[in-house]
Ligand binder design. Sequence first.
Ligand SMILES: [Zn+2]
Length: 307
Amino acid sequence: MLTVCNFHYIRRDFNKPYPSIFGVTPDEFDYQIKELKKMGRFITIDELTTDIDTVLADKRHHLLVTFDDGLKEQFELALPILEQHRTEALFFINSMNFIDNKVSMVHKIHMVRSEVSPNEILKEINKIPNSQQNELTPAEFSKAVAHYRYDDQSTACLKYLLNFKLPKSSLDIVINALFQRNFEEESVADTLYMSNDQLRYLAERNMLGNHTHSHFALGLLPKPEIEEEILKTKSFIQSFKKNDNLAISYPYGSAEACGWPVPEMAKQTGHKIGFSMERGSNDITADKLLLKRYSSNDLPGGKNYSS
Ligand SMILES: [Zn+2]
């Protein structure tokens, strides 16, 4: 059996004017690795990619740590802790961050929401024509306030709009405008994502994985674009070191983001192992191109875990 624990942000300090970035501190990470070790043994990347059937069939509990999004903090703060524990991990990267020096929309949203007040974001949303999609109906307003009951009213409305109502094209316009006003994209890309030397270090140890080029939900794209998204990152990783056993993690990892034909296309492009974000462990019945993962919060040592 294989249980996979996935991480995103690793920071010493998550304090922001409007906290919207969540993750673990290095101490919390170290604690969780120790807790996970009590459950079973960490597999090597070689075992994962060349002997996955044995791992899945084994009654013993095998563990793996993964990181999505290629963040520099993962390399600088988490990797040294893993190395102290003599543990390997997979780091899934988006090649757009390195080839184009661009920041992924998912990170732009987190950064804008950390620094810009909900009211200012709502003002920007209201500038978009077609106000029906920008404003909540009275019924939606009630739903928003009930759903986000721990937030103040404008934050609740904003979250509802961003997560359930605003079309993606409008969301992109709003976030890009606010991001450009508050940040400098190239310098954010340089500080947020790993350097070439860091990527090379991981590639040489077969610890780099494919998270696709642009961090889009693949399942919503036409087939040729899915293929392009996967192949661009594959060849970027191969430019550091040839690796015939590349693993892939599908951005967002939801049923919608990795539905048909996404796993088939991952296989056709030479990936034998793929990861979703469906919660659960994996046994002999698992689909190797749709392996389940837990968010670190849900496993022992994590914030939401209760035994
Ligand atoms: Zn991601």
